[in-house]
Design a protein around this ligand. Structure first.
Ligand SMILES: Cc1cc2nc3c(=O)[nH]c(=O)nc-3n(C[C@H](O)[C@H](O)[C@H](O)COP(=O)(O)OP(=O)(O)OC[C@H]3O[C@@H](n4cnc5c(N)ncnc54)[C@H](O)[C@@H]3O)c2cc1C
Length: 501
């Protein structure tokens, strides 16, 4: 990058899938997996299928046929830009934003959480309340936040984030880690910017992103100022190293055998910042522990970002409901009342969760700048519920599916073996459901509830917005205790020890 708000990888405006792939293919990013350094993530077996899925999202948003659904007009360039960046000025615009996010979520059936729309919501949140970032003489940094947002929006950038330090030793604050530059932070200040050193987790999607947002949502204490920053870094910046976890996509024997893992493994990664230079223009919180905390919760960043997560989750819930229904229909147990009771329990969770999503949008209120923000109480109630119900739903589907998900051919290749194929076609079928279709559905089900990919999703839904006890605390901050307190006071004042009423 030469100028702070330009990037030679980006053509400007909406990108097609191919333009997105071209940008990340050979841009010099350093990605490590299975002992190798990957040259081109779009071609490597660990990442190629997911890169293709990501590209399909760009094709959807850049397709002129989807202009109204997926885009609005950039106030800066006058060109169409993705609705994921929209600063909604009404409930209707929040709904339009939901429509675009939902369209994308349906491409992965809700199994990709950190597609470009997630972190886009955070940046829209910063731009929706720059006065928070401008506090205490930080106007210049707040100005940077708005310019960064406009740059990301107008260039159709995919930005991931690393905002949690590696666990290492949670009993100590950032600056008391040994050595003190383990958690990513500023190690040197220069006239033109700063040098960042240390690591941060758990960069979901970082392998595929154009940029990474580095900050800390983990509580920081006095003394942690070097870590109290918020900034953006190109994924190919010198010094950035992306250490991917095991690729479930690469390990998948075929799409038929692992239909979700093979195509929707967005990967998670330890991101190491090894003396990375960041120009001042890319920094919008600097050495300020209070602002570093307040950027998430005093601006609408956390709510707008996680509103995307909840829109995606509704899609996943509907997918799981359909899966449960289809399995029981195939096994001939659908008409049995207790089975229908179980399906109803799954569908109720889906309906209830969607109700919370709709309520937070319907009850959205404008902030001081006229930007509509989903209702916080309902939003955080949904977030608490999410980590609770997801494992319950997986369990219910396991319960309904029984051993069928396990008693499956080892791979699609077994169909081609004359003897194995004949046995499978004879014994792994259901009325009106040939073996190929039965195996296809049950392998899909296993990838959703039982495979390594599915286990990661269980962990993801529990932790993606923070440890469950933290999420519950956030809900409590936003719960309106006025009526509960009033009712208790009314009850206590309605009688005394003499029996007077
Ligand atoms: C699949 C997945 C994807 C993720 N993607 C991203 C990403 O893209 N970007 C990103 O920045 N982060 C990401 N995260 C990280 C996520 O934000 C963190 O996992 C989350 O914030 C919790 O932090 P932690 O994992 O360090 O858990 P910890 O804070 O170490 O907590 C783990 C457990 O320890 C216990 N515990 C810890 N502290 C206390 C305490 N004070 N009191 C009582 N109990 C305590 C609790 O049981 C808690 O559940 C992802 C996580 C997962 C699992």
């Amino acid at each position: 990058m030469s100028e702070p708000y330009t990037d030679e990888r980006l053509p400007g405006g909406l990108r097609t899938g191919q333009q997105y792939l071209d940008a990340i293919a050979k841009d010099g990013r350093r990605v490590f997996v299975d002992g190798d350094e990957v040259g081109d993530v779009t071609a490597h077996p660990a990442f190629a299928e997911t890169a293709r899925t990501m590209a399909s999202l760009f094709d959807i948003s850049s397709d002129p046929a989807n202009r109204d659904l997926m885009t609005y007009t950039s106030p800066t360039t006058g060109k169409p830009v993705n609705r994921i960046w929209q600063l909604p000025t009404s409930v209707d615009e929040l709904r339009q934003r939901r429509g675009a996010i939902q369209r994308w979520a349906e491409e992965s059936f809700g199994f990709m959480g950190r597609t470009p729309d997630h972190v886009a919501g955070f940046f829209a949140g910063y731009a929706a309340a720059p006065e928070v970032l401008a506090r205490d003489g930080n106007e210049k940094f707040a100005d940077n936040a708005v310019k960064i947002y406009e740059f990301l929006r107008d260039n159709d950038v995919y930005i991931a984030y690393t905002i949690v330090p590696p666990q290492i030793d949670r009993s100590k604050p950032a600056h008391q880690q040994n050595p003190p530059d383990l958690y990513a932070g500023v190690v040197e200040e220069r006239d033109d910017g700063v040098i960042i050193k240390g690591a941060q987790m758990l960069g979901t999607g970082a392998v595929f992103a154009d940029y990474i947002h580095l900050s800390s949502i983990h509580p920081l204490r006095p003394g942690d100022e070097n870590h109290a920053v918020s900034l953006i870094v190109p994924a190919n910046a010198p010094g950035v190293k992306i250490h991917s976890r095991r690729s479930y996509s690469g390990a998948a024997s075929s799409i038929f055998d692992y239909p979700l893992a093979s195509r929707f493994d967005e990967t998670d990664a330890l991101v190491v910042y090894d003396n990375v230079f960041v120009p001042w223009e890319h920094i919008f919180v600097y050495k300020d522990t209070e602002l570093c905390r307040d950027q998430w919760f005093e601006t609408p960043a956390h709510i707008l970002g996680n509103n995307q997560a909840q829109i995606r989750f509704v899609t996943k819930l509907k997918f799981l409901t359909g899966l449960a229904k289809r399995i029981t229909e195939m096994n001939g147990v659908w008409p049995i009342p207790p089975v229908q009771g179980s399906i109803a329990e799954i569908a109720v969770q889906s309906a209830m969760y969607e109700g919370l999503l709709e309520a937070q949008i319907a009850n959205a209120k404008p902030n001081a700048n006229g930007i509509y923000i989903p209702d916080a109480q309902t939003h955080y109630a949904a977030m608490v519920l999410q980590s609770k119900i997801y494992p319950e739903l997986l369990n219910m589907i396991r319960d309904l599916a029984g051993g069928g998900m396990i008693q499956l051919p080892s791979s699609v290749a077994d169909f081609d073996n004359p003897e194995a194929g004949e046995d499978i076609r004879r014994y792994v079928q259901s009325p009106d459901v040939p073996a190929e279709d039965r195996v296809k559905l049950l392998k899909l089900a296993w990838d959703a509830v039982g495979s390594e990919f599915a286990g990661r999703h269980d962990q993801y839904e529990k932790f993606y917005a923070g440890a469950p006890f933290i999420v519950k605390q956030r809900f409590l901050w936003n719960f309106d205790f006025e009526t509960p307190d009033r009712l208790i006071d009314k009850a206590l004042s309605g009688y005394d020890m003499t029996g007077r009423r």
